[in-house]
Design a protein around this ligand. Structure first.
Ligand code: SF4
Length: 352
């Protein structure tokens, strides 16, 4: 049967070509009986959402050094975890990471549940992540559908219907392809195939292990798939970001509300972000306008924040936020947007 042939070809290729990743058990070790640590599988999958493997590696190693088990992470301080996550983006992931670790400890005795249905009840675990953990950590035949695997499916079976409407069809193909034996390695093999051979542009069909069974290659349409519905243009929101510094070097920062963008992260105060923002300085001061603008793109919109900078006296009381003394101010704990604001304003603040 064609599916069985494809499945066998993919696993053979994976055995010889698996990427070495810090959260992965190599296929040889897996066959020798070494089981993956569900905590490391879960942590890597949360970090990899919307983020590249190259960007995640360093964060993963750092997190697992600081918090080697789910119990350690569950006991961590919120601010410490949010600070270490800074720069990785999509901060709701970090808040849910802590909630999930604490739920695993409180409700499951520190052991991750093994089925997709149970995993889906945990904070921050959606259908993709539940399937990935069930498959990779517990070797359950759950089809794991990420962008790479959707692309491979649409090409292997020459699905011309555009994404996202083709998702159910692609999943049905992936289900038929998933073997009962070694489903975890099969999922990782598909991820690797999509990341290294069946790439978005210029797929390397000439060295692909499944080229004989690939419908898109046979029809000469591999690089045209998957087709996608046109994306809507992203709107632009505007706002102001306020960098205030006291004479002793302390810098005004606030923790953003848990709900909303950059929720729970340390940040410089800002106005609202909208088409017509209103200035909302966090304290009375002679705010300077250095004619500089921070630009950042979120998933659904572009953001442009005009910079405002002030040097203030020790007696000034902000209406929100707290002054953080210079020794305790860690720019690395700021999310990328705020790091950009700091880099723009640091000259005016006199920081080297
Ligand atoms: Fe992708 Fe080409 Fe392999 Fe088909 S033959 S799966 S299009 S790399």
């Amino acid at each position: 049967m064609r599916e069985q042939a494809i499945g066998a070809e993919i696993l053979d290729w994976y055995d010889a070509n698996a990427r070495i990743l810090p959260w992965r058990i190599a296929p040889g070790d897996r066959l020798a009986g070494i089981a993956p640590d569900p905590y490391r599988v879960w942590l890597s999958e949360i970090m990899l959402q919307q983020t590249t493997v190259a960007a995640v590696k360093e964060y993963f190693l750092h997190f697992t050094t600081l918090w080697p088990s789910v119990t350690d992470l569950a006991a961590a301080e919120d601010a410490a975890v949010m600070g270490e996550w800074a720069g990785l983006g999509y901060y709701a992931r970090a808040r849910n990471l802590l909630k999930c670790a604490r739920a695993v400890v409180a409700e499951h005795g520190g052991r991750f549940p093994t089925t997709e249905a149970e995993l889906l009840t945990l904070p921050g675990i959606g259908p993709y992540t539940a399937a990935a953990i069930a498959s990779i950590a517990f070797d359950r035949p759950a089809p794991v559908m990420d962008g790479n695997i959707e692309r491979v499916m649409s090409r292997l079976f020459a699905v011309e219907e555009p994404l996202p409407t083709s998702k159910p069809v692609l999943k049905a193909h992936a289900e038929r392809l998933t073997p009962q034996g070694r489903p975890g390695d099969h999922a990782q093999a598909l991820m690797d195939l999509g990341a290294t051979i069946c790439t978005p542009k210029n797929p390397a069909c000439g060295i692909c292990p499944v080229m004989r069974n690939c419908a898109a290659r046979a029809q000469g349409i591999a690089a045209d798939l998957p087709r996608k519905l046109p994306k809507k243009a992203k709107p632009t929101r505007l706002g102001y970001v306020y960098l205030a510094q006291r004479a002793d070097g302390a810098v005004l920062l606030e923790t953003r509300p848990d709900k909303g963008l950059l929720g729970g992260m340390l940040a410089f105060p800002t106005s609202d972000w909208s088409e017509f923002p209103t200035e909302a300085p966090p304290l009375e001061a002679a705010w300077e306008d250095p004619s500089a603008e921070v630009r950042h793109t979120f998933t659904h919109f572009h953001l442009r924040l005009a910079l405002r900078v002030a040097q203030v006296g020790a007696e000034v009381q902000p209406s929100r936020g707290v002054f953080v003394v210079r020794d305790q101010f860690k720019p690395s704990a700021l999310p990328t947007l705020m790091r950009k604001a700091y880099d723009l304003g640091r000259g005016t603040l006199g920081h080297n």
